[in-house]
Design a protein around this ligand. Sequence first.
Ligand code: MRU
Length: 388
Amino acid sequence: MPAISALAITGMPAPAGAYREVPGQGAIPARKLQSAIMISDRLFTIREEGDSILILDQTLLPHQYATRHLNSLADAAHAIRAMLVRGAPLIGVTAAYGVALALKEGAGNKALLHAVDTLAATRPTAVNLHWALARMYRHLLPLPVAQRRAAARAEARAIAEEDAATNRRIGEHGLALIGKIAHRPVNLMTHCNAGWLATAAWGTALAPVYAAREAGLPVHVHVSETRPRNQGLLTAWELHEAGIPHTLIADNAAGHLMRNGKVDLVIVGADRIAANGDTANKVGTYLKALAAADSGVPFFVAAPLSTIDRDCPDGAHIPIEERDGSEVRHVGGLDRQGVHATVAIAPDATAAANPAFDVTPARFITGIVTERGVRAPDELHRLFEDRS
Ligand code: MRU
């Protein structure tokens, strides 16, 4: 991995005790990063089960654990749209399996195109969805119709397996960054959920956290709740399952903690990275990047190459999903009897805006952690040199 100094890239002043490189500690070896916590009978995001696909229903977590079978194109599209599965890489994997499910009913060109179009319309921002669908279409279209159904299942499986392997490498590269911080435990902050729940395995922003745990490097993670969908609760659940120290914070507390030296490094995932390094991620990420810049805290984005949209010149061209205002007017949780309930916190008549993502300009991003190493945002093109 290329040596990267966060402070050298951003030119920011070093906050007291934050990102200081410790001689000899940059190369903490990632031990064999095998861990039962990522994939087990219980802790998985998506897997094949006979003719159908089994998913963990993330709308019920962290209060209730339930799985669902996907048997058709409609099931897969609903799971993505209603966020039973979520997170850019997992959306891509689910869409790929959705194509395979669709072809059970007929695998002609019209059916293939219909499946791709239907799934592409589910969510607009995460480019992994469109990347996976384009890959499925390119792979399947030249094949004889009779071969397409089996080939679709195999290709979806390949996308899932590659995602797991990719994220593991992101973890190794991210671990080297964390290892350079002098403070113990290293205090990280993340936003939304970019853990294994958002991928086929390991996660992106949380992959280095799991790698640190495996390497015996003590870490603590500040987890912002991520209103309105509260994906931070998924992160807290993941970290609890893994026995990793963490603290849940209200979104609005992030700046205060950074300003007061409680955060050594921020690491978030991404839904789409433009060619110039501008990055769309869960709404609220931009505010964290601003606070990090003002507080001199390094701000990293962790994402696979499939999240980099080289056809998108900059953040202004990234489509931002607008979700229903009812998500802002309501919160869900357990009532006093322990029963899951959704309550209104504002009258239905209250107008509510609900942009699901925001764009962090490249200038606020210290580095992007990918499976091919860590790069400054203006060096992204080098990740693709001689390999595309
Ligand atoms: O709306 P979501 O929950 O699908 O949004 C997820 C995020 O924004 C994640 O941070 C991003 O997809 C990275 S996931 C590895």
